[in-house]
Ligand binder design. Structure first.
Ligand code: SF4
Length: 386
């Protein structure tokens, strides 16, 4: 396929594809899907080999957000039955982070709900960063605290943060349909602030919110323009109790095409499969590892992921290796930072009764059975999934 040969050549040279080429990836047929994955895989292996970076989310503060992001289970007015709690103490956060690191994660992503941190919040998170770094010298720490005010990125950097995450989520044209309490420009500004403070910028998207192919290409081109070091690709988890609860648009094949498009447009950045991985890719998750070089281990912010052990087995079975603390994620020309991704949340954990055959759902049926609110780890007395 000429298109794919062209995209591989451009990816190996870090040359930006045209918008039409990016759109054409999203429009490929199921018959061409394995060719698309193989082509994106060549670009992925050129820059990242067969390594998979594991990241671990610690939800420092859950729910009760005054913002109205319609995809989010923590939003103002959300009726999703998620865990709600205020700031974890540094020692509590460190304990949760340690479980993820013991499971193989090399980056800890410290996330808090809210529009943005107060200076006191930045102090709290700085204490947590220092506590984690004291115990785990080689860990990468990414903070994700919302919109930053002047000087806050510098303070996080001084406390030892390596990266800051703030997702663009969707195209500028449709941003106002998703959120009304802040703007796309606010989000871009925070990514600039992180960059300017010497933090590695992590910024990504959420697919499956009813956007067009043009919107997806717009947001991914914007992320390339922002020069994010890592791009988390979330697949919407349509939480009951949120405005997007009925938006079930994604298929595993569509998710693979989206990931491939992201890889071709941002060939040398850490492409992370984020929230919604288990829910939407389902049994095709291992194929996605041929495109993306990074995942979250264990649970998401407000929902459960598959068991950490299953993540590790999947990586090994698919012929990939977990990236070690002594390996550098980014290619030489991008070094000088790292990054995270705020995932809205994702999925599952069985639910059937042993010995009974569960009915096989049809391919286009919403898989509400795979959405499980997180009830373990941070903010609970139960051990975290790692
Ligand atoms: S995405 Fe962040 S800012 Fe938006 S509602 Fe959720 S927690 Fe609040």
């Amino acid at each position: 396929m000429d298109l794919l040969n062209t995209l591989v050549d451009k990816g190996l040279r870090r040359e930006l594809p045209t918008r039409d080429e990016a759109l054409a990836v999203l429009a490929t047929s199921d018959d061409d899907l394995l060719d698309v994955v193989a082509a994106a895989g060549k670009v992925r292996r050129h820059w990242f080999g067969r390594r998979v970076k594991l990241n671990y989310l610690v939800n420092l503060k859950s729910g009760l957000c005054p913002e109205d992001c319609s995809y989010c289970s923590q939003r103002l007015g959300s009726e999703a039955g998620i865990l709600k709690y205020t700031w974890l103490k540094p020692e509590e956060a460190t304990q949760v982070a340690a479980a993820g690191l013991a499971g193989g994660a090399k980056r800890v992503c410290l996330v808090a709900s809210g529009r943005g941190p107060t200076d006191r919040d930045v102090d709290r998170v700085s204490q947590t960063i220092r506590a984690i770094k004291e115990q785990h010298g080689d860990v990468e720490v990414c903070a994700c605290l919302g919109l930053l005010s002047d000087g806050q990125a510098e303070r996080l950097r001084a406390a030892g943060a390596d990266a800051y995450n703030h997702n663009l989520n969707t195209s500028e044209a449709t941003y106002g349909d998703i959120t009304t309490t802040h703007t796309y420009a606010d989000r871009v500004d925070t990514v600039h602030k992180a960059h300017a403070a010497g933090l590695s910028a992590c910024s990504g998207l959420i697919a499956g919110m009813g956007e067009s192919d043009e919107d997806l290409v717009d947001v991914v081109f914007a992320l390339r323009e922002l020069d994010a070091d890592s791009v988390p690709v979330n697949f919407l988890i349509p939480f009951e109790g949120t405005p997007l609860a009925k938006e079930w648009h994604l298929t595993p094949q569509r998710c693979l095409r989206i990931l491939a498009m992201v890889r071709f447009v941002c060939p040398d950045v850490e492409v992370r499969i984020a929230g919604g991985r288990e829910l939407h890719l389902r049994t095709l998750q291992p194929l996605a590892l041929h495109i993306a070089n990074s995942i979250f281990l264990g649970d998401y912010l407000t929902s459960e992921g598959q068991a950490g052990k299953a993540d590790l087995e999947m990586i090994a079975d698919a012929g990939f290796e977990v990236e070690g603390a002594d390996q550098v994620t980014l290619p030489e020309h991008r070094r000088g930072g790292g990054c995270h991704g705020s995932a809205p949340s994702a999925c599952h954990e069985g639910g059937g009764v042993c010995g009974t055959a569960a009915p096989v759902p049809s391919a286009d049926e919403p898989r509400t059975d795979l959405v499980a609110v997180r009830r373990r780890g941070a903010g609970t007395d139960l051990p975290p999934n790692a």
